[in-house]
Design a binder for this molecule. Sequence first.
Ligand code: SF4
Length: 233
Amino acid sequence: MIISPKTLYDILLNTFGQQHWWPIDEKYHLEQNSDPRFEIIVGAFLTQNTAWTNVEKALNNLKRQKALTIHKIAHIKDKSLKTMIQPSGFFNQKAKRLKLFSTYMEKKYKGDLQKLFSQETSEIRHELLSLKGVGLETADSILLYAGNHAVFVVDSYTKRISQRFPFLISSTSYEEIQIFFENELASTISKKEIVSAYREFHALLVKLAKEYCWKDKPNCTICPLTTLCKKCL
Ligand code: SF4
C-alpha cells in the first residue's frame, strides 16, 4: 500500500489539529514596532542542533535587552550577543552567524526584510545559501516562515518519517525529498493555500516525530498511524 503525502497531511491535521507555526511574540513586536519576521530568522539560526526550549530562552534574553532587530544585532558587542544567546548552545558560532547575517542585511537592504523577500524564491534561496552558516534547512525555514515563499522544509524528522512511511520515495537526499513533497502537494492543494499547508505539514511532522516516531525506538504501539505505517505493516 502506498500513501500520498496529502493523505498523511490530512490524517495528521485531523489527529493533532493546527500547530500555528512559526511561534512568534506578536505582542512584543507591536510594542517595539519591530519586524516579527526577524524573530523567525533568528530562531532559524538558533535552532540549529538544539531543542526549541533552549531557543526560547535565548530569544527571551534578546527581547529583554530589546535586541531583536537587524540593526541591534549588527551593532551589539560580540560578548553581549554571546551571553544572550548562550542557552541555545554553540553560541560562539551562532553569534558570528547572526552578526554576519544582520550586517549583510543592513548593508545590502538597509535592514528592510521586505526588499529581500520581494525577490524571486530561487534568487533569495541562492543568496541565503551563500551566507556562512545558512544551510538548506535554515534557508528554507526562513523562506517559508518569514518570507511567505512556497518552499517545503525538510528536516531530520521529515527524512525519518519519509523512510518509515509507505511513500513512493526511498531517497534520503534533502533535495529529492523536497521535490517529492512539493510535487505531490502542489497537485492536490491550491496555490493560494500551499504556503500555509507547507507550514502546517512541517509542524505536524515535527509533532509526530517528537511524540511517537522517535529515532531509536519509535512508539508504534500508541502512534495514531500504526495501521498505515510501513514499519508496522
Ligand atoms: S507507526 Fe511507528 S514508525 Fe510509523 S510513524 Fe508511528 S511511530 Fe513512526
